[in-house]
Write a protein that binds this ligand. Structure first.
Ligand code: FAD
Length: 661
């Protein structure tokens, strides 16, 4: 029952992976300490709030997924505000704060937050996962209470008691001194002064909210449902890179003949559902002391007296599930523990030195160490638990804090015209190097799993040795349609594709599709350009034969390829002989700039399209900057004008990205 004397405010979140939701929940929990009452709602619960009539402050926490898409549970809300024609002062009465989560590696950074953003804002921020959400989120949260209270006192006519000055949900922890040994170097488990000697502000303890029990059942009918997911065989696997290449790229072919729901178009991607590694699941079971109970049935319910606002049993935990299945298929046991989780783990850590270090890592003062030892190396929860052996959390805590095990998306690299009944995709096997807390390197979860699945039947370049007798490995997949990342429907329109490394994948599908339509003698096909890049011509030039084949058949008019490492080596050789004044293009953006005149003609005069696919970390940003430079020079305009022109292309959906971190 809410205290009617306490002023209320509304917290609305839209969250894909749970980050925005957990920040929103944290705010709702801290409200009480600030003398306020928070109503927590998900943005899709549109019948439970009414912004038209809302007169209390509203706090929005929204994330952005993919190329600027709203999270699934905010789709309807965002669609409504985009499509309904509101007057400019429609939400003028609304007093709200906004926190938009995103990643500047994506060009449409925080797009969902920007869509919601209007005037009349209390306090708003864009938090960047590219550099660490905490950098923005922590100060934003600190400013939030002041802003809400300020707004409420302006609306003071409808409340009688002033809000008490709260402690912002931060609890003080006194320094403990004298931990064993005095290591010279900092590490995950050891800190150095000044952190080791300072007082700490650690987050408030997240209230427990789940009761978990295990039941020994004789026979359990386990129902593990995958929504609209198909189980398909991997019928071919090829290693596209040479053995001495830095990265290992693999091409897999799936047989989708039996599944009409997987009818994909070039440009679409699809989800692969992978399990956690069985060795890691076993380690977690040991850590929890539950190895003998792995086949017990898990019952999860809400704690009756929980203080957590808006607490719910996570929707991704089905009934009638064994502990083993829960840890294998439902929870991301490799997720990087958030500070709130570290805070909760402190309570289950026996050793005082380890407790102190966990407190440091989740504290405000320990942010640099948290980033260095936990966030940047993507330290998994299991690795953390192993490094802190006296930390023995209960199963319920893991279920409360570990996010849903997400499927991994991959871009289709085929066209059904060329490969009827087949779906091809290509990926790099992700490698995590060892670090403090990780004794040996490891592979990415999904790419490592796929690699192990197909390893026995793999075709290596120049060595075909698949045995027909092997049973085909099966994977669960579902289609993720991407309505806009498609080749132009008008075949006469020219387009440019930029896809270094595995980013070339969807363009193989584009070109196969175009090849299939080439017989039409009445069409004058628009020009096609492809910019590809890799390290070495003879080690990781993916799809080389296919691309050269497209050029010979006239499907691809211009193939521009650069090799970032070969060129360097060649340049060094040349430097020794004569100095050459012509800089070689090393990356796709250099090649784009070398062809500025043509590219800008296609985009600015011929209403053509440009598609960019692949690594979001550097490439997409560099290409974006190259395009701005190009527009500046070709149109003789300043930076701002060039940025506007590029934004216009994006708006018209003629500049499209499909990028991933
Ligand atoms: P995970 O175990 O999930 O680990 C990857 C994560 O770890 C990354 O988030 C990264 O931040 C982090 N990380 C990686 N290396 C390190 C390191 N050295 N140190 C610290 N942290 C690190 N990938 C392809 O290869 N081909 C595709 O066609 C493709 N298409 C995609 C399409 C879309 C729409 C999206 C969103 C992604 C796509 N991806 C593609 C990426 C793919 O979904 C996976 O993210 C990727 O294969 C890694 O999965 P994983 O489970 O093996 O790695």
């Amino acid at each position: 029952m809410r205290n009617i004397m306490q002023p209320r405010f509304l917290v609305l979140y839209g969250s894909q992976k749970g980050q925005a939701q957990s920040i929103a929940e944290g705010i709702a929990e801290d409200a009480q300490d600030n003398g306020l009452v928070a109503e927590l709602k998900c943005l899709n619960q549109t019948d439970e709030f009414n912004l038209e009539k809302e007169n209390a402050p509203v706090v929005f926490i929204v994330s952005t997924t993919g190329d600027g898409e709203p999270p699934d549970n905010a789709l309807k809300f965002v669609k409504d505000i985009k499509t309904k024609t509101f007057s400019t002062d429609h939400y003028k009465h609304l007093c709200y704060a906004l926190l938009a989560l995103g990643d500047t590696n994506y060009a449409n950074f925080c797009n969902c937050g920007k869509t919601i953003e209007r005037p009349a804002v209390l306090n708003f921020s864009y938090a960047d996962d590219g550099v660490g959400l905490e950098v923005v989120v922590d100060p934003w949260l600190e400013g939030l209470w002041k802003a809400i209270k300020g707004a409420l006192s302006k609306m003071a006519s409808n409340w009688t008691t002033g809000p008490p000055v709260g402690n912002c949900g931060i609890e003080s922890v006194k320094t403990q001194t004298g931990h064993a040994g005095d290591p010279q170097e900092g590490s995950l488990t050891h800190s150095l002064p000044p952190l080791s000697e300072s007082s700490l502000n650690v987050p408030a303890l997240p209230p427990p909210y789940l009761d978990v029990s295990l039941e020994d059942v004789d026979t359990m009918k386990e129902v593990r449902t995958f929504e609209s997911v198909c189980k398909v065989p991997i019928c071919r696997a090829v290693q596209l890179t040479r053995g001495d290449s830095v990265k290992t790229a693999l091409l897999l072919e799936l047989d989708i003949t039996a599944h009409t729901t997987l009818a994909y178009e070039p440009g679409d991607s699809f989800d692969v559902f992978c399990p956690n590694r069985d060795t890691e699941v076993e380690e977690i079971l040991s850590k929890l002391g539950l190895r003998e109970k792995r086949n017990h049935s898990v019952h999860v319910s809400l704690k009756k007296d929980t203080k957590k606002r808006g607490a719910q049993v996570p929707s991704y935990i089905p009934q009638n599930i064994s502990l083993l299945t829960l840890l294998t298929w439902c929870l991301e046991i490799r997720s990087v523990p958030k500070k709130a989780f570290l805070r909760a783990l402190v309570e289950h850590t026996g050793d005082s030195v380890q407790r102190r270090r966990l407190q440091e890592l989740c504290s405000k003062q320990g942010t640099a160490d948290y980033n260095l030892y936990v966030r940047d190396p993507s330290l998994s929860t299991l690795e953390l638990l192993t490094a802190f052996p006296s930390c023995l959390p209960p199963l319920s805590l893991l279920i409360e804090h570990l996010p849903k095990l997400q499927p991994r998306p991959y871009s289709a690299s085929s066209s059904r015209l060329k490969h009827p009944g087949k779906l091809l995709f290509v990926f790099n096997v992700v490698d995590f190097p060892e670090c403090t807390g990780r004794w040996a390197g490891k592979r990415g979860l999904c790419t490592g799993w796929l690699f192990d699945l197909i390893n026995r039947g793999l075709d290596f370049p120049g060595r075909v040795e698949r045995s027909g007798s092997l049973t085909l490995p099966m994977v669960h997949v579902s289609l993720r349609s991407n309505g806009s990342f498609r080749p132009p429907s008008d075949l006469t329109v020219p387009f440019i594709m930029v896809g270094p490394g595995t980013g070339v994948a969807p363009f193989i599908g584009f070109l196969q599709q175009r090849y299939g339509k080439q017989e039409n003698p009445d069409v004058v096909f628009g020009e096609t350009w492809l910019f590809f890049g890799c390290r070495h011509k003879d080690r990781d030039y993916l799809f080389r034969e296919d691309l050269e084949g497209f050029v010979s058949s006239g499907v691809l008019n211009h193939l521009k390829v650069c090799f970032s490492r070969d060129d360097q080596e060649q340049e060094k050789e040349e430097e020794k002989k004569v100095t050459t004044s012509v800089a070689r293009p090393r990356y796709v953006q250099h090649n784009l700039l070398l062809n500025s005149q043509y590219i800008s003609d296609i985009l600015l005069k011929q209403k053509g399209y440009i598609y960019v696919c692949g690594d979001a970390k550097n490439m997409a940003k560099d290409v974006n900057e190259a395009l701005i430079e190009m527009i500046k020079t070709q149109m003789q305009v300043d930076q701002l004008e060039a940025m506007k022109t590029l934004a216009g292309l994006r708006e018209e959906k003629r500049y499209l990205q499909d990028i991933w971190a």
